[in-house]
Design a protein around this ligand. Structure first.
Ligand code: SAH
Ligand code: SF4
Length: 336
């Protein structure tokens, strides 16, 4: 498929069920019926940046800011391990308190107390920091490039640099991380051409994980009111991406579920093979609002994981019992 083919698919409505079915088949060929669970811990909502789309942006005065302590983060991870999860995603705003040194301590403690695979989703850092965090034992790094359109990127992420964002993704790879990236679908001004370029870029970057979610306008941001329902569009981008990047781990983004009770199921039937139950302690969860409509605000971590397990069964899939590392690592072991 070249860019024009992708554009055609993204534009053609009548064919969408066919595309979903093909993506589902591709997912099945590579991953079978297994769904990976990654426990999401949102450990700080403090952020130095001002992304126009995000509820946690520095200039949003309505956010009650919090920072989980090192002990709380470690205890959430222990709980995840005790619940039988194999991996966690540690996510936060760009919070200057969590320097590479502080993160190193947290990562080493988690690794000494549990067998969890650790994904970091903490944004842009100096090159050397990625190496330190990898050395400390983190396995994966996830950071969306958000959009491949440089003009849109600088409009909505005014205090970041487009070039540097991609430098960071390259540095993560050089440091030895399994690397994930992704986009939002439906940013105001984003067109089909630009989405097609995003998908081409996923391939070029040779990503191990790809996260695609609908943009949802947050009322206390500069993009307030710029809402349309982007679920269908996001599902289509997800499906085409699965067909073009068959081996990437792709989560059913929780933003999909925020737009429809069927969102997560639709994503798992359009190419996704991962879900990320939120295991942030209840008292913090409602303060980590990237977009409105976030699900499971008042569930305990145990309930969220249990519900995720029931849900996987209910759609005829099964929970994976392995770590869900990048498939290329298995391929490398085989050929070694
Ligand atoms: N601070 C880190 C990680 C937390 S933000 C970072 O920015 O990389 C995680 C993701 O939330 C972002 O990459 C963005 O794609 C998504 N996000 C933020 N605001 C959103 C919104 N309004 N609608 C949908 N997704 C949003
Ligand atoms: Fe901060 Fe990430 Fe939100 Fe941007 S998207 S404001 S970097 S938390």
């Amino acid at each position: 498929m070249n860019k024009n083919d992708i554009i055609e698919i993204l534009l053609k409505d009548p064919d969408e069920d066919k595309i979903f079915a093909e993506a589902d088949l591709t997912r099945k060929k590579i991953f079978g019926e297994e769904v990976h669970l990654r426990g999401l811990i949102e450990f700080s909502n403090i952020c130095a940046r001002n992304c126009h789309y995000c509820g946690l942006r520095k200039d949003n005065p309505f956010v009650k800011r919090y920072r989980m302590s090192k002990e709380e983060i470690i205890s959430s991870c222990k709980q995840a391990w005790e619940m039988g999860l194999k991996s966690v995603v540690l996510q936060s705003g760009e919070d200057g308190y969590f320097t590479a040194r502080v993160m190193e301590e947290i990562i080493s403690s988690i690794k000494s107390l549990t067998g969890l695979a650790i994904t970091l989703s903490i944004g842009e850092m100096p090159r050397a920091d990625y190496f330190r965090l990898k050395e400390a034992g983190a396995d994966r790094f996830f950071m969306r490039f958000e959009t491949s359109d440089p003009a849109l990127f600088s409009r909505y992420k005014p205090d970041s640099s487009y070039i540097r964002r991609f430098d960071c993704l390259r540095w993560m790879k050089e440091a030895g991380f399994q690397v994930g990236s992704g986009i939002m679908v439906g940013l105001p001004g984003q067109d089909i051409q630009s989405l097609a370029r995003d998908i081409m870029l996923f391939r070029e970057l040779d990503l191990d994980m790809i996260g695609i979610g609908p943009f949802i306008a947050h009322p206390d941001t500069p993009l307030a009111g710029k809402n349309k329902n982007n679920l269908k569009a996001a599902l289509k981008v997800l499906a085409v991406t699965r067909i073009l990047c068959p081996k990437a781990h792709m989560p059913a983004a929780s933003a999909m579920e925020a737009l429809s009770p069927m969102g997560r199921e639709s994503a798992l039937k359009a190419g996704a093979n991962v879900i990320m139950p939120n295991i942030t302690p209840e008292k913090y969860r409602k303060e980590y609002i990237l977009y409105p409509g976030k699900i499971a605000l008042s569930q305990s971590p145990i309930e969220t994981v249990q519900k995720a397990r029931e849900f996987i069964k209910s759609i005829g899939r099964k929970e994976s019992l392995d770590y869900g590392h990048a498939l290329r690592m298995k391929d490398e072991t085989k050929s070694a």
